[in-house]
Design a protein around this ligand. Structure first.
Ligand code: NAP
Length: 311
């Protein structure tokens, strides 16, 4: 195994993303020492049992002391409070990053608290599942996935290169983006699909003419695939909606217009229009598979990805 990239890494927040990072950091030997912090005793006790780190602390400031890389992996609405708590303990020259699903809001919350002596480089790995907590993580989560970094202007080139190498060693491919652009892109590829899924599953749940047991029994006809997204963590998604509201509302407006056009085509029996649209969208699925962002198996390859050791 090669030299650790960082003498000490601190993970603040150790749910799905934090624990996946802990596992890959361990596997790849990326840290000389790994400190882990989570606000609850229950989570901290669990990560001790799982032996995910070298040191554990309920106090985030204690965990980040002397760390060369600090990764904040908490719901985006909590990132400001975490930055405020860790700021006095940060080592000059340390890289501070996050994994939050929104970027402009996280920067607005964290930046004012962080000292000028650290390199703040926000990030977002485009990888996840509907599960949460330290048991849900796995070392392969970032394999072949993109991680978007949104470095502020004037970011130290060496710090940026080190963080890029870190994510690459975790198996990810790294892209750079402006935070506002990130929030717009993610609104369409991630936030809107989740909102639509929450909505359709809620609608089915509220129906009176079709029973809940029928919805569940016949779910393999399409509904099932929405329920995976709609089972995602409520705290995380509440925060995403509140913290990327502008971009999400803009995408929702576009979506509603397009849905009205679809509704009109159905009402007027415009089969040609429906066929043309469904053909166009089918090609997008093909492109995703060709880009290596999914595999062409009935469960979308998720079983194989989440449990690589199982057949
Ligand atoms: P998770 O599994 O629910 O874990 C959340 C972690 O944050 C836990 O350690 C939890 O501590 C801590 N936490 C929760 N509320 C907090 C608060 N108010 N103050 C301080 N700490 C708090 O979450 P996750 O899925 O890893 O998501 C973490 C971040 O990654 C989020 O910003 C999310 O947007 C982003 N992200 C998620 C995904 C995904 O698919 N899940 C993908 C990419 C990025 P306790 O357990 O001790 O309460």
């Amino acid at each position: 195994m090669s030299e650790p990239l960082f003498d000490k890494v601190a993970l603040v927040g150790i749910g799905l993303i934090g624990s996946s990072l802990a596992r890959v950091i361990r596997r790849e030997g990326l840290a000389g020492e790994l400190a882990i912090s989570s606000r609850s005793k229950k989570t901290l006790d669990r990560v001790r049992v799982l032996e995910l780190g070298d040191r554990y602390a309920a106090d985030a400031a204690e965990a980040v002391r002397d760390a060369d890389l600090v990764i904040v992996s908490v719901p985006v609405g909590a990132s400001g409070a975490v930055a405020e708590a860790i700021a006095p303990a940060l080592k000059p020259g340390a890289i501070v990053t996050d994994v939050g699903s929104t970027k402009a809001s996280v920067i607005a919350q964290m930046q004012p608290h962080l000292p000028d002596t650290v390199h703040f480089i926000p990030g977002h790995p485009i990888a996840g599942t509907e599960d949460s907590g330290p048991d849900a993580g796995f070392a392969e989560l970032f394999e072949g996935r993109w991680c978007i970094l949104t470095p502020p202007e004037g970011t130290d080139a060496e710090a940026l290169a080190r963080l890029t190498t870190f994510w690459e060693r975790c198996g990810a491919m790294v892209d750079r983006m402006d935070p506002g652009h990130h929030d717009m892109v993610l609104a369409i590829v991630s936030h809107l699909p989740h909102i639509i899924a929450y909505n359709i599953v809620g609608t089915a749940d509220d129906l009176e003419a079709v029973t809940k047991s029928e919805v569940i029994k016949y779910s393999a006809s399409g509904f099932r695939d929405f329920t995976r997204l709609a089972a995602s963590d409520p705290t995380m998604w509440r925060d995403v909606c509140l913290h990327n509201s502008e971009a999400i509302l803009e995408m929702l407006a576009r979506f509603s217009e397009d849905l009205s056009a679809l509704q009109r085509a159905i009402r007027w029996g415009d089969g040609e229009k429906l066929f043309e649209m469904f053909t166009r969208t089918r090609a997008i699925r093909r492109s995703i598979i060709e880009a290596g962002q999914d595999i062409d198996v009935p469960d979308f390859g998720r079983h194989a990805l989440a449990h690589p050791e199982k057949p």
